[in-house]
Design a protein around this ligand. Structure first.
Ligand code: G2I
Length: 667
């Protein structure tokens, strides 16, 4: 099977160039500047509906520097593996000298975008500094223990980091142990030791063993199977097996991938596709793209067919940043997007396999041009522009507005199906900036037009006198989700036309923004979160658009919510056999009116049944009762939101009963 070989570069002794970026720039995600990757339902939405994650290997440089990279990263994926930033040479380049910038950057990005992080990788023969490789046995084991304790320990209480590759690539292609410096110095005991050290550092993280060329059933994957079975029999905490899946179209797809995943699942471990990419011999042709797309479909289907497969990580997503051409010079184009971030047939294949129905059209409309303003009054402006064109037809335009003559953020203020738009409700004597962009029938959006700046007039009356300041602002009737505000009316020489109601979060700090208007001296603000504080102010507005100073501030704290905090659970038997079964999805739904941050499901196992595997929840068994608590990544549920977990159980031969009496509680 040497033709499947993945070349892994020799150990680099130099420190990977860690991008010197601040967390702030890594997190600053422009909402409107980049064209959405595609019109299709995002991969993460589709995968979540199937109870799986879909992730990518994240590179710190573009994550910090490129808006287009960040936009796809956050829109399409709900899982990240650090491509290089958590490797030994990155985190501990010299003895006991730890550098966290890249690793922290990945974790912060994931937290900001509700993504789970898989730590990669603790013990590997590659990208491990020379100072480790030269140690004697005792010192090497101590260095390994220190490294694992420090790196795993740093993120042990971080809800984003849910799993680790503890050991990576420990086998050779024939199923023997790789004669790495680890093996040569410590023998195979380094593997069990590494898992035990990792468990000690984080009792909750899923601990994985990861390798390549183990996707199908072959000598190497069978050696992996035997090792995992034997480690678990010795209570070594191996929770999960990672199948890297660096595939190449010229070597064929491993057609027995599903069966291979299933045999590992029967050992009671979680399985996952950890580094999927499918390289072709460059240059691309449409025939090669099609073959590659078929391979992606097959890989996704293999994971979907196996309940214990928790998800799929693509090794990158854009061909702009892929390890393949550096290692295999005439191969590449292995990923879902091309170098210009355009989705390829491979993207469409993954989206479709996950249950989406992308149109296939990815061509954005041309950019609207010559945006101009006319008919400016004290409260309105008419915009017009030159129409865009598109291969499948322009469906409409988004009209974007930012406050003032500079700064601020462009946000949508309306849509138009023609090349003009009238924006009303503006303030007198106030500047605004406008842009438009086109949208096609498939949902692709164009770049934004030129910017036009408008300043409204002072108002027909020439009146510049502001209303008096509203006073005695008070709140009453506060519930878990609403409050009623009243205040003393303002007066004005040309008449008060209404009031702006402003709200800031919390009891201090934050920014007051408008949450509504009222033409009377009262306002009911609904849709609030339970157990949450808000501050309110009001200001008056007159017919000429003059605004008063803001009133006194009133602080409101909503109640705990009468029905907040409830949850329900439904469980489905997905598959069963003579002496076992899989329940998946077990769906937990927040039935309350406020967000919950954790949940607990209990259920009853018939006599003689035992849980042999679990995913997306932490299960403990006491007698016949099993308690399933949320995993770190899926405890938080908004009202009406759901999440799923699953488990596998064994039962006596011929017993057809399954687990029952599922109940859900929230603390
Ligand atoms: O080789 C592909 C993957 C096989 N499985 C384990 C993975 O960790 C491995 O990933 C690759 C990264 O994709 C590359 O980006 O691991 C390579 C190192 O073995 C990474 O390449 C290295 C380059 O060789 C270095 O020159 C560079 O300094 O990336 C470093 C950081 O950019």
């Amino acid at each position: 099977m040497t033709q499947h070989r993945v070349h892994v570069p020799k150990t680099r002794r130099r420190l990977a160039a860690l991008a010197a970026v601040s967390l702030v720039s890594a997190l600053a995600v422009p909402l409107l500047s980049a064209t959405p990757a595609t019109a299709a339902t995002p991969l993460r939405t589709l995968a979540a509906a199937k109870g799986k994650f879909i992730g990518f290997a994240g590179a710190t440089g573009p994550l910090a520097d490129e808006a287009a990279y960040r936009t796809i990263a956050q829109t399409e994926f709900n899982q990240i593996t650090a491509e290089n930033a958590m490797k030994w040479e990155s985190t501990e380049p010299s003895d006991n000298n730890y550098t966290w910038s890249g690793a922290d950057q990945i974790v912060a990005f994931a937290a900001a975008n509700n993504q789970q992080v898989h730590g990669h990788t603790l013990v590997w023969h590659s990208q491990t500094p020379g100072w480790v490789q030269g140690l004697g046995a005792t010192a090497m084991r101590t260095a390994m223990q220190d490294h694992i304790a420090t790196v795993v320990g740093r993120y042990a209480n971080n809800a984003s980091l849910v799993s680790w590759d503890v050991v990576n690539e420990v086998f050779d292609e024939n199923g023997g142990f790789r004669t790495s410096f680890w093996y040569n110095t410590l023998g195979q005991s380094f593997i069990a030791d590494a898992f035990r050290y990792a468990r000690a550092a984080d009792p909750n993280a899923k601990l994985c063993i990861n390798d390549y060329n183990v996707e199908g059933i072959n000598a190497k994957s069978t050696a992996m199977y035997n090792l995992v079975q034997s480690l678990r029999a010795q209570n070594v905490p191996v929770d999960c097996v990672g199948f890297q899946s660096h595939l190449a179209t010229q070597y064929g797809f491993p057609g027995d991938m599903r069966q291979n995943l299933e045999r590992f699942a029967a050992l009671g471990v979680e399985v996952r596709i950890t580094e999927l990419d499918i390289r072709i011999q460059t240059p691309r042709t449409s025939a090669k793209d099609t073959t590659q797309a078929t391979y992606y479909t097959n890989a996704v289907n293999a994971c979907l067919a196996v309940p214990a497969c928790s998800g799929i990580t693509i090794w990158g997503f854009t061909d702009k940043y892929s390890w393949v051409p550096d290692t295999f010079p005439s191969e590449g184009a292995a990923l879902l997007y091309d170098e210009n971030y355009q989705p390829k047939p491979a993207y469409t294949a993954v989206n479709t396999a996950l249950g989406g129905s992308p149109t296939g059209d990815t061509q954005a409309p041309t950019t609207p041009s010559s945006l101009a303003a006319s008919g400016v009054t004290s409260s309105s402006v008419n915009l017009s522009w030159t129409a865009s064109t598109d291969n499948v037809g322009v469906a409409g335009y988004d009209i974007l507005r930012a406050p003032g003559t500079s700064g601020g953020t462009f946000a949508s203020v309306g849509t138009s199906t023609t090349a003009s738009f009238s924006n009303t409700g503006l303030s007198a004597n106030t500047s605004y900036r406008y842009q438009v962009r086109a949208r096609d029938a498939a949902g692709n959006t164009s770049a934004v037009s030129n910017t036009v700046t408008v300043t409204t007039t002072g108002g027909g009356t020439g009146d510049t006198q502001a209303p008096s300041t509203p006073s005695s602002l008070a709140a009453a009737g506060t519930t878990s989700s609403s409050t009623n505000l009243t205040w003393t009316a303002s007066t004005d020489n040309v008449g008060v036309t209404g009031y702006d109601i402003l709200r800031a979060p919390g009891t201090s700090g934050g920014t007051f923004t408008s949450v509504g208007t009222s033409t009377t001296t009262s306002f009911s603000n609904t849709g609030l979160s339970a157990n949450t504080s808000y501050r309110y102010q009001v200001r008056a507005r007159d017919a000429a658009g003059n605004v008063s100073a803001v009133s006194n501030t009133v602080t409101v704290t909503t109640t705990g919510g009468g029905t907040g905090g409830g949850c329900s659970v439904t469980a489905t038997v997905q598959t069963q056999w003579n002496n076992g079964y899989v329940m998946q999805p077990v769906t937990v739904t927040n039935t309350g009116t406020s967000a919950i941050s954790s949940w607990t499901v209990t259920f009853t196992l018939p006599s003689g049944h035992a849980v042999t595997g679990q995913w997306n929840a932490v299960l403990t068994t006491g007698g016949q009762t099993v308690t399933a608590k949320n995993a770190p990544h899926n405890g938080a549920l908004a009202p009406s939101a759901s999440t799923t977990f699953g488990f596998q159980a064994s039962r006596p031969n011929g017993d057809t009963a399954t687990a029952g009496t599922f109940t859900c509680t929230t603390p």
